[in-house]
Design a protein around this ligand. Structure first.
Ligand SMILES: Nc1nc2c(c(=O)[nH]1)N[C@H]1C(S)=C(S)[C@@H](COP(=O)(O)O)O[C@H]1N2
Ligand SMILES: [Mo]
Length: 541
């Protein structure tokens, strides 16, 4: 900072530095340089993560820390982070914060280039530490990449700031200041360099992420072992006509690529079945570990089960029905010998996610909890828990449906709180009775005349005994139900309606197999599932 400075018309006020007098044009230029430099550092990390196995994406790692350590008070955030779009939003948020820090660093670097390098280094180190939580991380490689990001970031910053003049950043700043602003030729050079670096970073970052996601998709499994008794759909199980299906009535069995997806994994874990194992431990007589081959050599069953997310709002679509193939959970638990004191079954995934459910629910012979390896005749898709997950009829996913399953732990009820229970959600969470109007859509414009109102209703695993519809808050009238596959699955319902011109409301409610009516009065999903009737408004002309 000892570079000679040109004399100034008036000296800076005491306590102030030359940069404090920076002309307006100088600050955006330096900020831009900082944004591009930090972007380049991040892109270097993404590219390395895509190209080098064992290097996690630093951006994803930091976002994952935010997901995993979200404060229990942040209930809206908690609910919001369940879904796919929220994950993208979170990543964009982390990226924007990083770039904003870059802008500040750029401005600061004019006076204190060392500070900028230190901060970039600190962020790279944070990304490195965060990425160590990823089971695939190889520490030495990840550390090397963090160092590389720091070098790229501080080099890019120096290079861009040097665009402003032939000297170092400080001198460049001084010159620019001395001239009362950056002359056009330097500004153009900064824009050309910055633009080129930014474009290169975007290409590198996108390519890196693309490669990373590709490398994390597990190789397709071998043939799925057949079920002892294949499950079949009863006649009349799917009453969606082509017209109703295209209008939006849910199919009774939801295809894998249309099935809702909810989990805390920003990058779905990729599991190699050759090294995967399932460990059963805790309050058992013999701790047991099964390889994938050992698991699938046990008797295989198949059943349709409707699973639902506790975060599903009234009328929401975080619910679906699939044909699951796998091994009865009790078969595996019996191999280990569950002790009488075991009151809670904890399912743990390869990425550390946990669920906890009452052993009494698992023991009840009325249902068949399972370790699923197949979904709708296919190996479990990666997003749905490949190679193995829990499916427990009647319980919300967050207390039962562990994807990428790696451990079953038997413990007491009070000894352990699972992931979402620690964040305030209910520890016991049977799926509430719900019904939804799929057709027509809320807000739709219909032509007067005979039409069909249709939807789905579920109450796993109590079954649905009745669905009723009320038009304009009139009497409850029974709808026609599809033939139920089982008490563990949803049903479709149809209601013919003579629509007359005007605005109307349509409301639906279900009764479960025990004769209990679906609760009225809308509530939020927190803490144990949304209650209330789905109601839509529409116009008939
Ligand atoms: N490993 C893991 N398993 C998980 C979760 C998770 O975050 N991680 N989320 C659970 C929740 S909240 C739900 S609703 C179901 C969703 O299963 P799906 O994505 O196959 O529909 O998975 C459950 N299993
Ligand atoms: Mo969920």
């Amino acid at each position: 900072m000892t570079a000679p400075r040109r004399p100034r018309p008036s000296p800076p006020p005491a306590g102030s530095t030359p940069a404090a007098l920076t002309p307006a044009a100088r600050i955006p230029a330096a900020a831009l340089a900082g944004v591009v430099a930090v972007g380049a550092a991040l892109a270097a990390g993404e590219l390395a993560a895509g190209v080098i196995a064992g290097v996690p994406s630093p951006l994803l790692a930091i976002a994952q820390v935010i997901v995993d350590y979200q404060p229990p008070g942040a209930k809206d955030l908690v609910v919001g982070l369940f879904g796919t779009n929220d994950k993208l939003a979170l990543e964009v948020f982390v990226l924007l914060v990083a770039l904003a820090v870059g802008a500040i660093l750029g401005v600061q670097a004019v006076r204190r280039p060392g500070l900028a390098t230190a901060v970039i280094g600190a962020f790279a180190a944070a990304g490195f530490l965060a990425s160590l939580r990823d089971p695939i991380a190889v520490a030495i490689l990840a550390a090397g990449v963090a160092a590389g990001e720091t070098v790229v970031g501080s080099w890019a910053l120096g290079w861009l700031l040097a665009s402003a003049g032939p000297g170092g950043p400080a001198e460049a700043s001084a010159r620019a200041i001395g001239r009362g602003g950056m002359p056009d030729w330097t500004r153009r050079r900064l824009l050309v360099r910055g633009g080129a670096l930014a474009a290169g970073s975007i290409v590198a970052g996108v390519a890196g992420r693309w490669l990373l996601e590709r490398s994390r998709t597990p190789a397709p499994a071998g043939a799925l072992p057949p079920a002892g008794t294949p499950a079949t759909l009863p006649a009349g199980a799917d009453i969606a006509t082509p017209d109703l299906a295209s209008a939006g009535l849910s199919p009774i069995v939801v295809p894998n690529d249309r099935f809702y997806r909810i989990d805390t994994a920003l990058l779905p874990p990729s599991v190699d079945v050759a090294t995967w194992s399932l460990r059963i431990h805790g309050l058992v007589d013999r701790e047991t570990t099964l390889t994938y081959d050992q698991l699938v050599s046990l008797p295989i069953i198949e059943q349709y089960v409707t699973i639902a997310c506790v975060s599903n709002e009234v009328g929401g679509n975080l619910v679906g029905n699939a044909l699951w193939r796998g091994v009865p959970l009790r078969t595996v638990l019996d191999m280990a010998g569950v002790q009488p004191a075991a009151a809670q079954l904890v399912g743990r995934s390869v990425d550390g996610f946990t669920v906890g459910m009452p052993m009494a629910w698992v023991r009840d012979e009325a249902r068949v909890p399972m370790i699923a390896i197949g979904m709708n005749g296919q190996p479990l898709p990666q997003l749905h828990g490949y190679p193995a997950r829990l499916i427990v009829p009647g319980l919300y996913g967050y207390v039962s449906a562990t994807k990428w399953l790696s451990e079953l732990e038997l413990t007491t009820w009070d000894a352990f709180n699972a992931y979402w229970v620690n964040l305030g959600w209910s520890k016991e969470a049977p799926i509430l009775t719900q019904s939804r109007i799929d057709v027509p859509h809320g807000g739709a414009q219909l032509e007067a005349g005979r039409t069909t109102v249709a939807g789905v209703a579920w109450a796993p695993d109590r079954g649905v005994s009745k669905v009723e519809v009320s038009i304009d808050q009139g009497d409850w009238q029974p709808a026609t139900l599809s033939a139920p596959i089982s008490d563990a699955t949803w049903v479709q319902w149809l209601f013919p309606w003579d629509a007359i011109a005007g605005t109307h409301s349509i409301e639906v409610r279900a009764t479960d197999g025990t004769g209990r009516l679906q609760a009225d009065g809308i509530t939020t999903p927190f803490p144990d599932g949304a209650r209330g009737h789905h109601r839509i408004a529409l116009r008939v002309t």
